[in-house]
Design a protein around this ligand. Structure first.
Ligand code: SF4
Length: 133
């Protein structure tokens, strides 16, 4: 599996990042039509304003084994999130995502990754029962 061509869907705001969605009032992600490039001013704003950072989801190049989440030749984060959220009701589909053709999580786990992904923000995840935690 050639990892360098895939996108990490849980990237941090930086020059290599694109914004792919915004967290709505329910705490789930509304994905953008296309990935949006971010400029220096926006990156600085988001890096210094954690509330703003939590409102967005970013993607960027997957760095595979150089990432601390990499384990057993794959990204361990999506499996961790799936376990954390396994008992929480999820949507049955995610209608659109701007990186679904080259997303690391979707490559590994298929469409079920998207059902978890849509509930995730930069600092945790959304639960119908417990609100954003
Ligand atoms: S897991 Fe699915 S919804 Fe999330 S970024 Fe990847 S393709 Fe998009």
């Amino acid at each position: 599996m050639e990892a360098k061509d895939y996108n990490c869907p849980s990237y941090f705001p930086s020059r290599k990042a694109s914004a792919i969605g915004m967290v709505n009032k329910k705490g789930t992600v509304d994905f953008f039509e296309k990935p949006l490039s971010v400029d220096e001013e926006f990156i600085q704003e988001v890096q210094t304003n954690k509330d703003l950072e939590l409102k967005f989801r970013f993607s960027g190049p997957c760095i595979n084994q150089s990432c601390k989440q990499w384990a057993d030749n794959k990204c361990g984060l999506i499996n961790e999130l799936e376990k954390l959220l396994e008992n929480i009701p999820k949507k049955s589909t995610v209608s659109h995502c701007p990186i679904n053709k080259d997303c690391r999580w979707r490559l590994q786990e298929g469409e079920k990754a998207c059902l978890t992904c849509v509930m995730v923000n930069r600092n945790g995840y959304y639960s119908e029962k417990e609100d954003v935690i």
